[in-house]
Ligand binder design. Structure first.
Ligand SMILES: [Cu+2]
Length: 289
């Protein structure tokens, strides 16, 4: 009796702590004791969230219904209350019902499920492309439209962590992406299977050697979003995190201009808020001043 009391007290305390942490949870990273999914910052993740909630209602109703039936059967038809059991083994009507009803439930789930699957698949008219390559054990990022060649992104080791960086999630060179932009994301691998997964975007896409996978994101909020490699890829699979910095479209252009500065370009980088010439002129004015 004592033991049960202590366990349930511990459980209650645990739940209270979990609830308290959940209220203060950050949007971009997992929080200790977190309940539920990370906050959505893309339309895909928002829809995934509502689909998840829809399924939660359905599964809760089914579970309660089946539990209720079981409880009723145990109470009504136990040996004491029902000493001579019925020998019925067939009931056509009920057999049709318990086949057709699940089919209807599945069809009801399939419609939003498939439309979401196709919605997640690709952006209609992406404004830019990010190429992600998985390696053992880091990520490579390339911006072909912006003429930013591939750079590599490594985890920050525990002993090198700086103020504000998150252990096991922060990287030395994060992905920089603009908000309010349809971004095509192409994902491939340089050696073995990896998976590029960022929960706040609703993205978890396998990186496959010799094959390019596609997905997309439209980030609605500036911020830092973390993710992890989500396909077992070897020894340091747990140490190749993803850090995305979502910045304004103007700040993204500035970042691109910094990346291409001093380089000989055959074609101008594609900017989001201005032409390359305008950006160059602005830069020169800034230098003169
Ligand atoms: Cu990996």
């Amino acid at each position: 009796m004592m033991r049960i009391g202590r366990v349930s007290a511990g459980l209650a305390a645990g739940l209270a702590v979990a609830a308290a942490t959940f209220v203060g949870a950050a949007a971009s990273e997992p929080a200790p004791g977190q309940i539920g999914l990370q906050e959505a910052v893309t339309p895909v993740m928002e829809q995934l969230n509502s689909f998840h909630n829809l399924l939660l209602y359905i599964i809760t109703a089914i579970t309660l219904f089946v539990m209720g039936l079981l409880a009723y059967v145990m109470w009504r038809f136990n040996a004491k209350r029902n000493p001579t059991p019925s020998r019925t083994s067939h009931n056509t009507l009920i057999e049709i019902v318990w086949t057709v009803v699940p089919v209807i439930i599945l069809l009801f789930i399939a419609v939003p499920s498939f439309s979401l699957l196709y919605y997640m698949d690709r952006a209609e008219e992406p404004e830019m492309t990010l190429v992600v390559t998985g390696y053992q054990w880091h990520w490579g990022y390339e911006y072909p439209d912006q003429q930013v060649p591939e750079y590599l992104s490594f985890i920050v080791d525990d002993e090198d962590l700086e103020e504000g960086q998150v252990r096991l999630l922060s990287v030395d060179e994060p992905v920089i992406l603009p908000v309010d932009t349809d971004i095509q994301i192409l994902i491939k691998a340089g050696d073995v299977l990896h998976s590029w997964a960022v929960p706040a975007f609703g993205i978890k896409k396998d990186a496959v050697p010799g094959h390019t996978n596609e997905t997309w994101a439209r980030i609605e909020q500036e911020g830092i979003y973390y993710g992890m490699c989500s396909e077992l890829c070897g020894d340091r699979h747990g140490f190749m995190p993803i850090e995305v910095r979502a910045v304004s479209r103007e700040a993204f252009d500035d970042w691109v201009m910094e990346q291409v500065a001093g380089r000989d370009l055959e074609t101008p980088p594609q900017l989001l808020t201005q032409t390359y010439e305008e950006a160059l002129a602005r830069r020169q004015v800034a230098e003169v001043e």
